[in-house]
Design a protein around this ligand. Structure first.
Ligand SMILES: *[C@@H]1O[C@H](CO)[C@@H](O)[C@H](O)[C@H]1NC(C)=O
Ligand SMILES: *[C@@H]1O[C@H](CO)[C@@H](O)[C@H](O)[C@H]1NC(C)=O
Ligand SMILES: *[C@@H]1O[C@H](CO)[C@@H](O)[C@H](O)[C@H]1NC(C)=O
Ligand SMILES: *[C@@H]1O[C@H](CO)[C@@H](O)[C@H](O)[C@H]1NC(C)=O
Ligand SMILES: *[C@@H]1O[C@H](CO)[C@@H](O)[C@H](O)[C@H]1NC(C)=O
Length: 418
């Protein structure tokens, strides 16, 4: 997400619809008022605090992924004082703290071999490879001068073998080292082989859809007006408070058959679809291929495709919704022309489920997600001080009875196009 410099928050008189009677029950796996880390020594922690390398008010979780029972979360370096941008949750004295992942050394600011700013990652559950997006820039919120330290990069880390298996720096012509905000990623596995990654660049100046070809080790970018913001959707109202959240292309999902990519802008209701067999190729006619599949009930941040349903956060309802896309496609003669008819609530909680941010799947049929009330963080009105108050950030899971789009991936290779 990206916000204007105007830090104006106002109360509107919109009446919230109340969603009840949802069939699912969600459980909080972890929650925090403020984050803390797994420090090797107490000395290190006090050094980090006194030198400004750890400012707890600037640390908030966004991304989440789950693999073999471990939970990984990202802490984007939107402001100074984030010690570690990619982490695993571990329990210390019964409390969940963040352990830098893969290690502390990988979190070194200014070292372009290290992680600078991680917002999102994806895990291929079949081989345990984590695809990590690093935007290479720090402090990208309005009102402060960003630190453009490194080119944006994509790293692939083998969790089981504990080693990097791919490192790719995006050329400046594809991802700008001074304006990018690589926000979210899905990966395309065909015949068990990683082939493509589809990535949203929530740049305010130059929004784009970035495609990385794993086999050829190349990347390209599409720009189109569907990736911009909708002026009618720039404000998100949460529990009667309205926050301007003018973000461009943000959420992204890949269908479980690998045939279509879905994306939406944060400031937007429309959901768009584009065939992967088009966008995999650099000179494709994107404008001719992209299709509006309908309006979501609310603005959304992350999207996620299970096997048959597409999940999204309904931000103005403090809820998770699903589009029963498989059912709609069956009733409407296939995916190529499908329109969004069946939007149903999965789970909601006005007090605790504010800002459904990012989704993940595990191998047991649970949908995991983070909530973080990020508008309060962005507008600096989040209360991190009272450790006894209700949590600001949570990791949830809810049984949806289906696995993620990457499970049982056995799709055919794409045709070779000239
Ligand atoms: C992929 O491209 C990157 C350029 O960022 C290069 O450093 C790397 O060696 C290449 N990897 C392979 C496997 O070709
Ligand atoms: C969004 O909120 C701003 C106030 O920050 C207001 O000026 C603007 O008219 C609102 N836009 C819409 C579409 O509601
Ligand atoms: C929001 O405003 C409406 C109308 O003023 C009120 O009925 C409702 O209780 C408010 N909800 C919250 C969560 O404050
Ligand atoms: C990958 O590289 C091969 C060989 O250069 C080329 O024929 C093919 O079109 C490339 N694939 C894509 C999707 O660009
Ligand atoms: C924490 O909050 C609970 C519920 O509001 C209250 O009962 C309890 O006394 C508080 N504990 C402290 C240490 O303030």
């Amino acid at each position: 997400m990206r916000v204007f410099v105007s830090l104006f928050v106002f109360v509107s008189f919109r009446i919230l619809s109340t969603e009840s009677g949802t069939a699912h029950r969600a459980e909080v796996v972890y929650e925090w008022v403020s984050l803390d880390y797994d420090w090797p020594t107490t000395r290190m922690k006090s050094d980090y605090i006194s030198s400004g390398k750890f400012v707890k008010e600037n640390n908030i979780i966004t991304g989440v992924k789950v693999y073999k029972g471990e939970v990984y979360v990202s802490v984007p370096r939107m402001r100074e004082g984030v010690p570690s941008s990619l982490n695993k949750v571990v329990l210390k004295k019964g409390k969940p703290v963040l352990q830098p992942f893969p290690d502390w050394k990988s979190q070194t600011i200014g070292d372009c071999n290290s992680l600078q700013f991680v917002q999102s990652m994806e895990v291929d559950p079949n081989r345990g490879w984590m695809w990590i997006l690093d935007i290479g820039r720090l402090n990208i919120l309005p009102g402060v001068t960003p630190r453009n330290l490194c080119p944006a990069k994509l790293l692939v880390y083998d969790i089981n073998r504990r080693m990097y298996v791919r490192r790719y720096e995006f050329p400046a012509t594809v991802v700008s080292p001074t304006t990018n905000f690589l926000n979210d990623i899905v990966v395309d596995i065909m015949n068990g082989k990683p082939r493509f990654a589809y990535i949203t660049d929530t740049s305010f100046e130059d929004p784009g859809l970035v495609i990385y070809n794993f086999q050829n080790n190349t990347s390209h970018r599409f720009r189109h007006k569907t990736m911009g913001l909708d002026p009618e959707a720039v404000n998100v109202t949460i529990n009667n408070v309205t926050y301007p959240m003018p973000g461009t292309i943000d959420g992204i999902a890949l269908s479980s058959d690998s045939n279509h990519v879905y994306f939406c802008s944060l400031a937007g209701y429309n959901l768009f679809q584009v065939p992967t067999e088009i966008v995999r190729y650099p000179n494709a006619d994107f404008a001719a291929a992209v299709r509006n599949v309908g309006k979501k009930v609310s603005q959304a941040d992350g999207l996620a495709y299970g096997q048959k349903n597409l999940y999204f956060g309904a931000l103005d309802r403090n809820a998770v919704y699903k589009w029963q896309i498989d059912a709609d496609a069956k009733a409407q003669h296939g995916y190529a022309n499908v329109q969004m008819k069946t939007q149903t609530p999965v789970i909601s909680d006005n007090a605790r489920m504010e800002w459904v941010d990012t989704f993940a799947f595990d191998e047991h049929g649970y949908l995991w997600f983070t909530t973080n009330f990020i508008p309060k963080y962005l507008y600096q009105v989040m209360d991190f001080s009272d450790s006894n108050k209700s949590a600001n950030m949570r990791v949830w899971k809810v049984n949806i009875g289906e696995k993620g789009y990457l499970d049982h991936s056995d799709n055919v290779d794409p045709p070779v196009v000239g």
